[in-house]
Design a protein around this ligand. Structure first.
Ligand code: SF4
Ligand code: SF4
Length: 333
Protein backbone atom coordinates (compact mmCIF):
# COMPACT_ATOMS: atom_id res chain seq x y z
CA UNK A 1 0.00 0.00 0.00
CA UNK A 2 1.29 3.48 -0.85
CA UNK A 3 2.49 5.51 2.12
CA UNK A 4 0.49 8.65 3.00
CA UNK A 5 1.97 11.79 1.50
CA UNK A 6 2.96 14.50 3.98
CA UNK A 7 4.18 18.07 3.47
CA UNK A 8 5.64 20.74 5.76
CA UNK A 9 5.72 24.44 4.95
CA UNK A 10 7.20 27.46 6.72
CA UNK A 11 5.60 30.93 6.58
CA UNK A 12 6.39 33.91 8.92
CA UNK A 13 8.10 32.30 11.90
CA UNK A 14 11.49 31.94 13.53
CA UNK A 15 12.12 28.42 12.28
CA UNK A 16 11.57 26.89 15.73
CA UNK A 17 8.65 24.82 14.43
CA UNK A 18 10.93 23.25 11.82
CA UNK A 19 13.32 22.50 14.70
CA UNK A 20 10.41 20.92 16.57
CA UNK A 21 10.04 18.38 13.76
CA UNK A 22 13.77 17.64 13.96
CA UNK A 23 13.35 17.38 17.77
CA UNK A 24 11.36 14.21 17.17
CA UNK A 25 14.89 12.74 17.31
CA UNK A 26 14.85 9.03 16.51
CA UNK A 27 11.04 9.21 16.07
CA UNK A 28 11.66 11.14 12.86
CA UNK A 29 12.89 7.84 11.42
CA UNK A 30 9.52 6.29 12.34
CA UNK A 31 7.78 9.20 10.60
CA UNK A 32 9.99 8.80 7.54
CA UNK A 33 9.13 5.09 7.59
CA UNK A 34 5.38 5.68 7.87
CA UNK A 35 4.98 8.51 5.37
CA UNK A 36 6.31 9.80 2.11
CA UNK A 37 7.49 13.41 2.61
CA UNK A 38 6.61 15.12 -0.67
CA UNK A 39 7.39 18.76 0.20
CA UNK A 40 9.59 20.25 2.95
CA UNK A 41 11.56 23.16 1.49
CA UNK A 42 13.39 23.87 4.74
CA UNK A 43 14.97 20.43 4.88
CA UNK A 44 14.80 18.89 1.42
CA UNK A 45 15.24 20.08 -2.13
CA UNK A 46 11.67 20.49 -3.34
CA UNK A 47 10.45 23.27 -5.61
CA UNK A 48 7.13 25.11 -5.63
CA UNK A 49 6.70 23.79 -9.17
CA UNK A 50 6.63 20.24 -7.71
CA UNK A 51 3.54 21.19 -5.68
CA UNK A 52 1.88 22.99 -8.58
CA UNK A 53 2.12 19.80 -10.64
CA UNK A 54 0.32 17.73 -7.98
CA UNK A 55 -3.35 16.78 -8.31
CA UNK A 56 -6.05 18.21 -6.02
CA UNK A 57 -5.96 16.49 -2.60
CA UNK A 58 -2.86 14.51 -3.60
CA UNK A 59 -1.12 15.29 -0.28
CA UNK A 60 -2.71 13.50 2.69
CA UNK A 61 -1.66 16.01 5.33
CA UNK A 62 0.22 19.32 5.29
CA UNK A 63 1.63 20.98 8.38
CA UNK A 64 1.85 24.77 7.96
CA UNK A 65 3.80 26.76 10.52
CA UNK A 66 4.19 30.53 10.75
CA UNK A 67 1.82 33.42 10.23
CA UNK A 68 0.87 34.84 6.83
CA UNK A 69 2.40 38.23 6.07
CA UNK A 70 3.56 38.13 2.44
CA UNK A 71 2.04 37.38 -0.96
CA UNK A 72 4.26 34.35 -1.30
CA UNK A 73 3.05 32.83 1.98
CA UNK A 74 -0.57 33.49 1.08
CA UNK A 75 -0.16 31.97 -2.37
CA UNK A 76 1.59 28.87 -0.97
CA UNK A 77 -1.00 28.40 1.79
CA UNK A 78 -3.78 28.50 -0.83
CA UNK A 79 -1.90 26.16 -3.14
CA UNK A 80 -1.23 23.66 -0.34
CA UNK A 81 -4.89 23.84 0.71
CA UNK A 82 -5.91 22.87 -2.80
CA UNK A 83 -3.44 19.98 -2.91
CA UNK A 84 -4.04 18.63 0.63
CA UNK A 85 -6.81 16.55 2.19
CA UNK A 86 -5.89 17.78 5.70
CA UNK A 87 -4.22 21.01 6.79
CA UNK A 88 -2.74 21.21 10.29
CA UNK A 89 -2.03 24.70 11.55
CA UNK A 90 1.25 23.97 13.33
CA UNK A 91 2.54 26.18 16.15
CA UNK A 92 1.55 29.46 17.78
CA UNK A 93 2.34 31.74 14.81
CA UNK A 94 0.17 29.73 12.45
CA UNK A 95 -2.64 29.26 14.97
CA UNK A 96 -2.73 32.71 16.59
CA UNK A 97 -0.23 34.97 14.78
CA UNK A 98 2.48 34.45 17.39
CA UNK A 99 5.42 36.79 17.81
CA UNK A 100 5.28 38.01 14.15
CA UNK A 101 1.67 38.97 14.92
CA UNK A 102 2.88 41.65 17.33
CA UNK A 103 3.56 43.64 14.14
CA UNK A 104 -0.19 44.31 14.08
CA UNK A 105 0.43 46.96 16.73
CA UNK A 106 2.05 48.95 13.90
CA UNK A 107 1.57 49.21 10.15
CA UNK A 108 3.72 48.38 7.16
CA UNK A 109 4.94 51.94 6.74
CA UNK A 110 6.11 52.24 10.37
CA UNK A 111 7.83 48.86 10.20
CA UNK A 112 9.67 49.79 6.99
CA UNK A 113 10.66 53.15 8.50
CA UNK A 114 12.07 51.52 11.61
CA UNK A 115 13.94 48.88 9.57
CA UNK A 116 15.16 51.00 6.65
CA UNK A 117 14.58 54.62 7.70
CA UNK A 118 16.67 57.05 9.66
CA UNK A 119 15.32 55.70 12.97
CA UNK A 120 17.26 52.49 12.42
CA UNK A 121 20.69 53.03 14.01
CA UNK A 122 22.37 50.09 12.31
CA UNK A 123 21.91 51.12 8.68
CA UNK A 124 23.20 53.86 6.41
CA UNK A 125 20.40 54.51 3.93
CA UNK A 126 20.41 58.25 3.09
CA UNK A 127 18.00 57.78 0.15
CA UNK A 128 15.54 55.84 2.32
CA UNK A 129 15.42 52.91 -0.10
CA UNK A 130 12.92 50.23 0.90
CA UNK A 131 12.48 46.75 -0.61
CA UNK A 132 10.39 46.87 -3.81
CA UNK A 133 8.29 44.07 -5.22
CA UNK A 134 9.94 44.65 -8.62
CA UNK A 135 13.44 46.08 -9.20
CA UNK A 136 15.02 46.59 -12.60
CA UNK A 137 18.68 45.62 -12.84
CA UNK A 138 20.87 45.36 -15.95
CA UNK A 139 20.29 41.60 -15.98
CA UNK A 140 16.51 41.97 -15.95
CA UNK A 141 13.81 42.16 -13.27
CA UNK A 142 14.18 41.06 -9.66
CA UNK A 143 11.05 40.38 -7.65
CA UNK A 144 10.24 40.14 -3.94
CA UNK A 145 6.94 39.09 -2.38
CA UNK A 146 4.73 41.98 -1.25
CA UNK A 147 4.76 42.60 2.51
CA UNK A 148 1.22 42.85 3.91
CA UNK A 149 0.03 45.55 6.27
CA UNK A 150 -1.62 42.97 8.55
CA UNK A 151 -0.25 39.66 9.82
CA UNK A 152 -2.86 36.89 9.57
CA UNK A 153 -3.26 33.43 11.05
CA UNK A 154 -3.40 30.47 8.66
CA UNK A 155 -7.14 30.05 9.22
CA UNK A 156 -7.75 33.69 8.30
CA UNK A 157 -6.44 32.82 4.82
CA UNK A 158 -7.43 29.18 4.22
CA UNK A 159 -9.66 26.52 5.73
CA UNK A 160 -7.80 24.65 8.49
CA UNK A 161 -8.64 21.16 9.76
CA UNK A 162 -6.62 20.88 12.99
CA UNK A 163 -4.39 22.99 15.21
CA UNK A 164 -1.24 21.95 17.01
CA UNK A 165 -0.39 24.80 19.38
CA UNK A 166 2.83 25.98 20.97
CA UNK A 167 6.02 27.91 20.46
CA UNK A 168 7.05 25.40 19.43
CA UNK A 169 4.70 22.35 19.61
CA UNK A 170 6.09 19.68 21.94
CA UNK A 171 7.57 16.72 20.01
CA UNK A 172 5.39 14.21 21.93
CA UNK A 173 2.26 16.11 20.78
CA UNK A 174 3.55 16.23 17.21
CA UNK A 175 4.12 12.47 17.21
CA UNK A 176 0.71 11.88 18.77
CA UNK A 177 -0.94 14.10 16.13
CA UNK A 178 0.84 12.31 13.27
CA UNK A 179 -0.19 8.91 14.67
CA UNK A 180 -3.80 10.05 15.21
CA UNK A 181 -4.10 11.41 11.69
CA UNK A 182 -2.47 8.35 10.15
CA UNK A 183 -4.76 6.02 12.12
CA UNK A 184 -7.70 7.49 10.20
CA UNK A 185 -9.61 7.88 13.50
CA UNK A 186 -9.88 11.61 13.03
CA UNK A 187 -11.05 14.04 15.71
CA UNK A 188 -13.74 16.52 14.74
CA UNK A 189 -12.71 19.32 12.41
CA UNK A 190 -11.24 22.33 14.17
CA UNK A 191 -9.88 20.33 17.12
CA UNK A 192 -6.85 21.77 18.89
CA UNK A 193 -4.61 18.76 19.43
CA UNK A 194 -3.61 19.51 23.03
CA UNK A 195 -5.57 19.02 26.29
CA UNK A 196 -8.42 21.50 26.70
CA UNK A 197 -7.43 22.36 30.30
CA UNK A 198 -5.85 25.54 31.62
CA UNK A 199 -2.18 25.20 32.50
CA UNK A 200 -2.92 26.22 36.10
CA UNK A 201 -4.97 23.02 36.52
CA UNK A 202 -1.96 20.84 35.76
CA UNK A 203 0.76 23.05 37.25
CA UNK A 204 2.64 21.67 40.26
CA UNK A 205 2.64 25.16 41.81
CA UNK A 206 -1.16 25.28 41.72
CA UNK A 207 -1.49 24.60 45.46
CA UNK A 208 0.31 27.86 46.14
CA UNK A 209 -1.87 29.86 43.74
CA UNK A 210 -3.87 32.35 45.80
CA UNK A 211 -7.64 32.83 45.49
CA UNK A 212 -7.12 36.48 46.31
CA UNK A 213 -3.83 38.22 45.97
CA UNK A 214 -2.29 40.69 48.33
CA UNK A 215 0.70 42.22 46.56
CA UNK A 216 2.41 45.57 46.75
CA UNK A 217 3.70 45.65 43.21
CA UNK A 218 3.88 43.80 39.90
CA UNK A 219 7.34 42.29 39.49
CA UNK A 220 9.22 41.60 36.28
CA UNK A 221 10.81 38.16 36.11
CA UNK A 222 14.10 39.66 34.88
CA UNK A 223 14.39 41.88 37.94
CA UNK A 224 13.61 39.46 40.80
CA UNK A 225 14.78 36.06 41.94
CA UNK A 226 11.63 33.95 41.68
CA UNK A 227 10.88 31.34 44.34
CA UNK A 228 10.60 28.04 42.39
CA UNK A 229 8.20 26.61 45.00
CA UNK A 230 5.62 29.36 44.75
CA UNK A 231 3.03 30.30 42.11
CA UNK A 232 4.34 33.24 40.07
CA UNK A 233 1.16 35.22 40.55
CA UNK A 234 1.60 34.95 44.34
CA UNK A 235 4.95 36.65 43.79
CA UNK A 236 3.40 39.45 41.75
CA UNK A 237 4.88 38.07 38.49
CA UNK A 238 2.52 37.88 35.52
CA UNK A 239 1.96 34.23 34.55
CA UNK A 240 -0.48 33.47 31.72
CA UNK A 241 -1.29 30.00 33.15
CA UNK A 242 -4.92 30.85 34.01
CA UNK A 243 -5.84 31.41 30.34
CA UNK A 244 -3.38 29.13 28.56
CA UNK A 245 -3.99 25.60 27.31
CA UNK A 246 -1.90 22.87 28.93
CA UNK A 247 0.06 20.21 27.04
CA UNK A 248 3.44 21.83 26.53
CA UNK A 249 5.07 19.14 28.64
CA UNK A 250 4.01 15.52 28.76
CA UNK A 251 4.01 15.52 32.57
CA UNK A 252 1.48 18.38 32.64
CA UNK A 253 3.70 20.95 34.27
CA UNK A 254 4.47 23.87 31.99
CA UNK A 255 7.80 23.76 30.17
CA UNK A 256 8.63 27.28 31.36
CA UNK A 257 7.36 26.69 34.91
CA UNK A 258 9.81 23.79 35.20
CA UNK A 259 12.58 26.22 34.27
CA UNK A 260 11.36 28.73 36.90
CA UNK A 261 9.93 31.06 34.25
CA UNK A 262 6.29 32.17 34.13
CA UNK A 263 4.07 31.00 31.30
CA UNK A 264 3.91 33.54 28.42
CA UNK A 265 0.88 31.89 26.84
CA UNK A 266 2.28 30.20 23.73
CA UNK A 267 -0.21 27.28 23.80
CA UNK A 268 -3.01 29.75 23.27
CA UNK A 269 -6.41 29.75 24.88
CA UNK A 270 -8.61 26.89 26.00
CA UNK A 271 -11.87 26.61 24.06
CA UNK A 272 -13.77 28.73 26.63
CA UNK A 273 -11.51 31.75 26.15
CA UNK A 274 -12.55 34.04 23.30
CA UNK A 275 -9.88 36.73 23.71
CA UNK A 276 -6.68 35.93 25.61
CA UNK A 277 -5.80 39.50 26.60
CA UNK A 278 -9.29 40.40 27.80
CA UNK A 279 -9.58 37.14 29.76
CA UNK A 280 -6.17 37.53 31.39
CA UNK A 281 -6.89 41.14 32.36
CA UNK A 282 -10.16 40.04 33.92
CA UNK A 283 -8.48 37.03 35.67
CA UNK A 284 -5.86 39.32 37.17
CA UNK A 285 -8.32 42.00 38.18
CA UNK A 286 -10.43 39.37 39.93
CA UNK A 287 -7.60 37.97 42.05
CA UNK A 288 -5.66 41.15 42.77
CA UNK A 289 -7.71 42.80 45.42
CA UNK A 290 -6.53 42.40 49.00
CA UNK A 291 -4.71 44.97 51.02
CA UNK A 292 -3.86 43.09 54.20
CA UNK A 293 -7.22 41.56 55.09
CA UNK A 294 -9.26 44.35 53.50
CA UNK A 295 -10.51 44.62 49.93
CA UNK A 296 -8.31 46.90 47.88
CA UNK A 297 -9.91 50.04 46.49
CA UNK A 298 -10.64 50.09 42.76
CA UNK A 299 -8.19 52.94 42.37
CA UNK A 300 -5.38 50.88 43.95
CA UNK A 301 -6.19 47.88 41.74
CA UNK A 302 -5.94 50.19 38.70
CA UNK A 303 -2.67 51.59 39.98
CA UNK A 304 -1.26 48.09 40.45
CA UNK A 305 -2.40 47.00 36.98
CA UNK A 306 -0.77 50.09 35.49
CA UNK A 307 2.58 48.67 36.66
CA UNK A 308 2.37 45.91 34.02
CA UNK A 309 5.04 46.93 31.53
CA UNK A 310 3.74 46.70 27.94
CA UNK A 311 0.31 45.21 28.82
CA UNK A 312 -0.71 44.75 25.17
CA UNK A 313 2.53 42.93 24.35
CA UNK A 314 2.28 40.87 27.54
CA UNK A 315 -1.34 39.80 27.27
CA UNK A 316 -1.43 39.44 23.46
CA UNK A 317 2.16 38.22 23.07
CA UNK A 318 1.13 35.28 20.88
CA UNK A 319 -2.43 36.07 19.90
CA UNK A 320 -2.83 39.61 18.53
CA UNK A 321 -4.02 38.66 14.97
CA UNK A 322 -6.51 36.17 16.46
CA UNK A 323 -7.77 38.60 19.11
CA UNK A 324 -11.04 40.49 18.85
CA UNK A 325 -8.95 43.58 17.98
CA UNK A 326 -6.84 41.77 15.34
CA UNK A 327 -4.74 44.88 14.74
CA UNK A 328 -4.28 48.44 15.85
CA UNK A 329 -6.14 50.79 13.54
CA UNK A 330 -4.24 53.69 12.07
CA UNK A 331 -4.91 57.06 13.69
CA UNK A 332 -7.45 59.03 11.70
CA UNK A 333 -5.44 62.23 11.99
S1 SF4 B 1 -0.40 31.07 37.59
FE1 SF4 B 1 1.39 30.08 36.65
S2 SF4 B 1 2.65 29.38 38.38
FE2 SF4 B 1 0.59 29.84 39.19
S3 SF4 B 1 -0.48 27.88 39.12
FE3 SF4 B 1 -0.95 28.94 37.20
S4 SF4 B 1 0.60 28.18 35.75
FE4 SF4 B 1 1.33 27.66 37.82
S1 SF4 C 1 4.68 27.23 30.01
FE1 SF4 C 1 3.42 28.60 28.74
S2 SF4 C 1 4.87 29.81 27.47
FE2 SF4 C 1 6.00 28.03 28.34
S3 SF4 C 1 5.89 26.45 26.72
FE3 SF4 C 1 4.15 26.11 28.14
S4 SF4 C 1 2.42 27.24 27.26
FE4 SF4 C 1 4.30 28.00 26.29
Amino acid sequence: MAKPKVAFYWCASCGGCEEAIIDLNEDILKVADLVNIVFWPCAMDFKYADVRKMKKDEIDVTFINGAIRTDEQEEMAKLLREKSKIIVSYGACSQLGGIPGLANFWDRETIFNSSYGKNCPSIDNPKGITPQTVSKVPEGELTLPAFHNTVKTTDQVIDVDYYLPGCSPAPYLTMKAINTILSGDLPSKGTVLSPNKALCETCSLNETKPEKLSIEKINRISLVEADPEKCFLAQGIICMGPVTRSGCSEEGDGRCIKANMPCRGCYGPTSEVKDVGAKMTSALASIIGLEGEENMSEEKVKKLMSQVVDPAGTFYRFSMPKSLLMRKMKDKH
